[in-house]
Design a protein around this ligand. Sequence first.
Ligand code: NAP
Ligand code: MG
Length: 521
Amino acid sequence: MTSTLDQITAFKNEAVKDFSDPADAAAMRAALDAVKDGFGKDYPLVIDGKRVETEKKIRSLNPADPTQLVGLTSSASKEQAAEAIEAAARAFESWKRSPPEQRADSIFKAAALLRERRFKYDALLVYEVGKSWSEADGDIAEAIDFLEFYAREALRYARPHPVVPLDGERNEMVYIPLGAGAVIPPWNFAGAIMAGMTAAAIVTGNTVVLKPSSDSAIVAAWFVDLLTEAGVPKGVVNFIPGSGSTIGDLIVSHPLIRFISFTGSKEVGLHINELAAKPQPGQKWIKRVVAEMGGKDSIVVASDADVDAAVEGVAVSAFGFQGQKCSACSRAIVEAGVYDQFLEKLKNRVAKITVGNPADPKNFMGPVVNEAALSSISEYIEKGKREGRLIAGGKRVGDSGYFLEPTVIADVAPDAVIAQEEIFGPVLAVIKARDFDDALRIANNTEFGLTGSLYTSDERKIERARDDFFVGNLYFNRKSTGAMVGAHPFGGFNMSGTDSKAGGPDYLLLFMQAKTISRRL
Ligand code: NAP
Ligand code: MG
């Protein structure tokens, strides 16, 4: 492949596929068949460029039909995880010296390869995590966006950064990489977050061990191979699938690990943060932890809102990808004046949601990711039936795949369990607010602070919410999901994490440190 650097244009978001276009729909069907034909393949660990098979395996099942084995990966032992970290630390010595243009070039090439293989990756996500065609394609489009965006950002950070001139000296400040780090992504944006965190770390000159989520290790295995094809040298990305509870602590506490880039639940994020804070024998630095965590996101519907638009925004935000997004709306907070009208319309809208195997594009909702999720969400639904009034859903669909109905529970108290804890499934609590002040107070009453939306036609309410709605990503008159790389730098407050603002201009700084160099003239 030739260099892509001489053709760099301004960053633009990748268009999502329109599956009403017969050509795109046909391409997607062909990809679904092709990926299915490849089911059951076994993917090794990759340590220092060497492919390592283990006896122990992680089995990736299709949550729509758990009798289908999508594929297997090897599963790293603690010793293998340590070897991978040592390999990353060795590779850092040369990768940190590689020209930033070379590193950016390989990430641009990776974006080009991902674009070529778009439908196959889309199809894999349909099977591996139960995404609908559009949700899968949105995930891969976002992965491409992250690669394109961070490669450009790395080139920007590589340019000189002016400091205040001082007579008799030449002063400069440069950004250098941190070292060998751990990338620990979740399964819910199995393409985008995994690829984005990995690319951001390596394009800035770091090396990594990538420990994928055990629910989405196959897509990560594909991506690691793709990076090699794109020219990323051995040792720069070491691939170590393995259960977080078995190898997680070893990775996080290893003295050669310089940073941990984590996205996942609050519980695991806090545990990592605590463990990483304790220096280990031989460790020379304070580890940097970037932890993006859960959400309990609200959409506030004001009495002056366009209720139809609000109902649509709530339904899509709450039930897209079965509510398994950190940005999913899990609380609709509705002013008393439009409460009954909102509920009636929402009930009708939710009745139209189709649930079933996402390989069939007529289904809007697919399964939840695994059996543990099915039972934990089902417990929340039972709790919700006691805490409020069930107005839609509430039951499992079928008995083989992990399908749940879109579930709406009304008249929920602001401090109820289902109004406070992240459920991470298709369960929406609707809360009645006395007035707008009450609605904002309720919106801010959780420990999280990730996304939030307000539907209103009142400028004063918009102004109030700009100041007082305490979330990292605030939206007006639109859904709370679907942040776009570049346009909506993403990350939350409080227990939603370190507010890293992925896909924004500050993100790469988290993978670098600045060095100031002064020379007497
Ligand atoms: P999770 O259970 O916390 O797992 C995330 C990752 O951490 C997985 O790779 C997991 O591996 C690993 N892990 C588990 N225990 C570990 C340990 N002791 N040490 C190191 N790593 C460990 O989260 P998830 O279920 O994958 O993802 C859903 C969560 O992510 C939700 O809370 C959601 O809100 C959040 N999320 C947040 C954002 C954001 O930007 N704020 C974006 C997406 C998702 P195993 O799979 O092997 O356990
Ligand atoms: Mg799976």
